[in-house]
Design a protein around this ligand. Sequence first.
Ligand SMILES: C[S@@+](CC[C@H](N)C(=O)[O-])C[C@H]1O[C@@H](n2cnc3c(N)ncnc32)[C@H](O)[C@@H]1O
Length: 354
Amino acid sequence: MANADLRQVELNTNEILNAARAEHSAAATAGVEGGVFYHDPVMLCECLEGLRLNEPAMKSGVFVDCTLGGGGHSYAISNKLDATGTLHAFDRDEEAVAFATKRLASIPAERAPKFVVHPVPFAELGNEIEAGSVDGILYDLGISSHQVDDSSRGFTFVGNNPLDLRMDRREGVSAQEWLRKVDADDLADALRRNADMDRAFKLASRIVELAAGCAEENREILPSDMKTVVEAVFPDKRREANGLLARVFQAIRMEVNGELAQIETSLRAAVDCLKVGGRLVVMSYHSVEDRCVKDTCAEFEKACICPENLPVCMCGGNHQRLKKVNRKPILPSADEINKNSRARSAKLRVYERV
Ligand SMILES: C[S@@+](CC[C@H](N)C(=O)[O-])C[C@H]1O[C@@H](n2cnc3c(N)ncnc32)[C@H](O)[C@@H]1O
C-alpha cells in the first residue's frame, strides 16, 4: 500500500476510534459487546512474554497483530504499550475489524498507542509494513469462536446453514461454489493436504456426487448432507463422525481461504519486517498449520543455503535470519484448557530475528 493510502487508513482508524471512545461501554474491554461473546484469547501471557512486551523498553515499540479477531491479544498488547508505541492489526473479516476496533477504543486516549487497522489478508504484510521496522509480530491462526458460533457465517456443522467457510464474504468463492467446480482428485488432495484425511479419494468422490446432486435439485449443500456422506464412507467410525466431519470442514475451509499459502507468504514477509532482535510469535491449532509454520521458518534458521549435494559451502554461510527462542513449542497449561477448551490443541512457536 502506498504511504498516502496508509495515512488514509490511519486517519479512518482514528475517526472510528474517536467515535467509539465517545460511546465506549465497559463490556468492550472483556471481548463482550452488547452481550455478544466474541473470542477468548489463547496463551495470552505466553504471547506477551514471547513478544517481550514485559520489558519496559518495549512500551514505545512497533508491533503487528496479524490476526486481530475479537481483539483479545491486541487489547493486551495495546495495554503494554504507551502513547509512543504503535500497533498494526490485520484481519480479512470485516465483522472482526469492526468489533475489535471498538473494543480497543476503550483504552484511554492519553495512553493508547497509535492503532492502524489493515482490513486485508495477512499475506499483504510485506506490502503494508516497512521492512526492518517492527519489534514483534503475532499470529493466532485459524478462525475465531465468533466465526464458528455465528451459524449464519456457514462455518459450523452444528445447525444446518449452507456451507460458506469464507473469512471474508466479500471475496473469492464460497465452499458451495468451490465444491460444485472441484473434481474428485483435487478434492482428495485437499483433504489429505489440509487435514491428513484417510480414504480421501472415496470421500472426495462422494462429496463431488453430492454437490452435483444438489446442483441438479437446485438446492444448497447442507452440513447434514456432509454428515451423511462421512457416515457412509466411515461406517466403522460412527462414534468419531463429528471429529471426521470437523476435519472435512477444516480441509475445505483451508482451501476456500487459501490458508497455507497465506501463512507461508506472510511468514516470509514477517522475517523482512522485523528489526534484528524482533520476535515472531505464531500460534497454530492443528498439525497441518503447525507443520507449515515450522517448515517455513526452518528455511530461515539455516546459515548455509547451498544445495545439499555441494561438498563445501559456497554461499558464505551467513544466511541465518531466525533462531528459535524455545527448542519445543509452548503448550497451554491444564488450567487454561479446563477454562477454554479451544486452547487444547494450541501450539506456540517463538522465533527471534538475528
Ligand atoms: C483465532 S482468531 C484471532 C483471535 C484474536 N487473537 C483474539 O484474541 O480475539 C483468527 C482471526 O484471524 C483472521 N484471519 C485468519 N486468516 C487470516 C488471513 N490470512 N488474513 C487476515 N486475517 C486472517 C480470522 O478472520 C480471525 O478473525
